[in-house]
Design a protein around this ligand. Structure first.
Ligand code: VAH
Length: 319
């Protein structure tokens, strides 16, 4: 009889944009007591605190991380904590320290405790202005021009090293901009595609910090959660790599505004590009995620029409 090993999952960065929706999804699937949510200092939502274990954890403190691993018998880690692109350009040294030192702690503790799997998100920010911008392939030039992107490339190389040298099963997907209704994102360049929904509902107008024709790869949160869990569950013998391009949909700021106007006809938008325009211009417009589709059946469900409808419905209820 094949022993089904219980997954004991640690989520680092549970109060962030993705973490706050990943934890409930994991608890639903694997049982609340098997998903230990952690945050550095943001108090968790009541639902997270009451539905399962939550502890304050500083991922830069390797001993504290080791203690949690031991006490909760963790065998899988989702490392979601990161300083994003726009904030990273305001404090590049801090972005390096937090993004890299937390990741090396997770990899090192994972190696020592021989844990089963580590999943952490890389980003399309790993690409730069010398990368082909249409249908960007999995294997291509990685010369990012943001500190955030540099930490993602360095993280990819580090995680690959831990896999090759120590056999640690690290898995990562290069996430595009994530659009979600539950927790506002913090400090990203793609945040315009979330803020626009809040402003359209509250004020019927939005001043967009990227140009109308700025096209970026994006993904709706339900597809992001599916992506995070599908790659974690994928059969390792079928994976030819440990870092995958993924995407949901690509659109321009103008196309998103037009879609919103179908629901809120009086919505007005103006474009005032700021420093984040240069970051957006250094990233691809569309991504080739065929390897993820072939090797672990990646298959997003949402398009611009269905995502916009769902976002507005959820936000109208909440706001
Ligand atoms: C950011 N939301 O804007 C993140 C993401 C691809 C963008 O990594 O920094």
């Amino acid at each position: 009889m094949r022993l089904i090993k219980i997954k004991r999952i640690l989520v680092i960065g549970s109060c962030g944009q993705i973490g706050s929706e990943l934890v409930p999804a994991l608890r639903e699937k694997y049982g609340s007591k098997n998903v230990i949510a952690t945050g550095r200092r943001t108090p968790p939502p009541k639902s997270m605190r009451e539905s399962g274990p939550f502890i304050y954890l500083e991922a830069l403190n390797r001993d504290a991380l080791a203690k949690v691993m031991y006490e909760y018998e963790i065998n899988t880690i989702y490392h979601m904590a990161s300083i994003l692109s726009a904030t990273g350009e305001k404090m590049p040294q801090t972005a390096w320290e937090i993004n890299m030192n937390s990741l090396i702690n997770v990899l090192e503790i994972g190696r020592r405790y021989k844990i089963e799997r580590i999943i952490w998100p890389s980003s399309i920010a790993a690409f730069g202005p010398t990368t082909p911008r249409e249908q960007t392939p999995n294997d291509t030039i990685l010369q990012p021009t943001t500190m955030y992107g540099i930490t993602k490339v360095a993280g990819e190389l580090l995680a690959e090293y831990y896999f090759k040298k120590f056999g640690l099963d690290t898995r990562s997907m290069r996430l595009p901009g994530i659009i979600s209704s539950e927790t506002p994102p913090g400090g990203g360049t793609t945040d315009y595609a979330v803020e626009i929904f809040y402003e359209a509902i509250k004020n019927k107008r939005y001043t967009c910090f990227v140009k109308e024709d700025t096209v970026l790869p994006m993904m709706y949160m339900p597809d992001c959660i599916k992506c995070m869990i599908d790659l974690m569950e994928a059969d390792g013998s079928k994976l030819t790599r440990h870092i995958y391009n993924v995407t949901g949909l690509s659109f321009s700021a103008g196309e998103l505004a037009t879609e919103i106007k179908k629901h809120i006809p009086e919505f007005k938008i103006e474009y005032k590009p700021d420093f984040r325009q240069a970051i957006a211009d250094s990233w691809p417009k569309t991504i080739d995620d065929s390897l993820a589709r072939e090797e672990w059946s990646w298959n997003p469900s949402y398009n611009l029409t269905t995502m916009t409808k769902d976002m507005l419905e959820k936000l109208n209820k909440r706001l």
